[in-house]
Design a protein around this ligand. Structure first.
Ligand SMILES: [Zn+2]
Length: 318
């Protein structure tokens, strides 16, 4: 079976979607987190949240903009994460500046105008760190050090010195980027019909494969032996861990290539389901018919139709 290869096309509207959602999504989410962080900052959870929104908004732009280039998806996942975190730190900068301005106002009275106050703040950062503006603020904040540990209070908890504060910020950024990339890149690797200019429809489940037959099933699929592969597929949903076998097609043309998607499904002790893609490849129209007909033929001969076992399983997590 040949793998699915994206065409790497990025239409003009795709760039517009990517640029719009990466800046908009980044600024809105980063700004909102900076606002909330004045009262409460959740370690790991907020960076993870920023990662999910970065990846999610990039994935929406990819779908809407019909972006079929995984590298562009990766790049914008990265960029959106950077804009989000930059906006968060930028928001912190803005709010710190505001509270400094209030202090100055309290000291000098109302007759000092905002521009003068800002100049004073810049001069302060310049004096403390050798840089003014946003960079001056960052260096100053790092010098002050942050403290981590107690949720919602900056007073107690584990204080971090300058080096560890920079390191901690770097870790936050890494968390955001890792999650963002993991969501954005696969979105651009989904099968797309270049004739109809649309994404393939959601998968049609043809059956599941029990764990002990997974390996041989995957091998026979890779070797293009569809009739034999079909003998390992059961039309009913077998116990987890299992492989779930779906066929995906373009809804616009019914003669085109069909994508075969195989996902592994397992549940942990708490019953939370997890799906991960094992295989995505292209079948000719004839091969896909061969496969689905062989599965339904074998299930008819094996079982009496007791209940609709092909119906969806309980948890659609993931
Ligand atoms: Zn099509």
């Amino acid at each position: 079976m040949k793998p699915y290869r994206p065409s790497n096309t990025v239409p003009g509207t795709g760039w517009v979607w990517l640029l719009a959602l990466s800046t908009l999504g980044g600024v809105v989410v980063g700004g909102a987190i900076a606002f909330i962080a004045r009262w409460l900052y959740l370690l790991l959870i907020f960076p993870a949240l920023m990662g999910f929104t970065s990846g999610g908004s990039t994935a929406i732009a990819i779908k809407r903009g019909k972006v079929r280039n995984p590298w562009v998806g990766l790049l914008f996942g990265l960029l959106t994460g950077l804009i989000t975190y930059g906006s968060y730190q930028g928001g912190e900068y803005f709010f710190t500046q505001q509270s400094f301005a209030k202090q100055i106002e309290a000291e000098f009275g109302q007759d000092i105008d905002p521009a003068e106050a800002n100049a004073l703040i810049d001069a302060f950062w310049q004096e403390q760190t050798g840089s003014s503006g946003f960079l001056g603020y960052l260096k100053y904040a790092a010098k002050q050090g942050i403290s981590i540990g107690r949720v919602g209070s900056s007073g107690d908890g584990l204080p971090l010195n300058e080096t560890f504060t920079w390191l901690y910020w770097l870790i936050e950024l890494a968390i955001i980027e890792a999650i963002s990339l993991a969501i954005a890149k696969p979105a651009a690797e989904e099968p797309f019909c270049e004739t109809c200019e649309q994404w393939y429809a959601q998968g049609q489940r043809i059956g599941t494969v029990a764990d002990d037959r997974s390996e041989i099933f995957l091998n026979t699929v890779q070797a293009d032996q569809m009739v034999q592969a079909a003998t390992y597929i059961q039309a009913k949903t077998v116990a987890h861990p299992r492989l779930e076998v779906d066929l995906r097609q373009c809804s616009g043309c019914d003669r085109g290539e069909v994508a075969l998607e195989v996902q592994r499904y397992s549940e942990n002790k708490e019953g939370e389901g997890k799906r991960s893609q094992v295989l995505m490849g292209m079948l000719s129209h004839r091969q896909s018919l061969q496969l689905s007909e062989a599965v339904s033929a074998s299930s008819e001969s094996d079982h009496k139709p007791e209940s609709d076992a092909n119906e969806s399983d309980a948890s659609q997590e993931g």
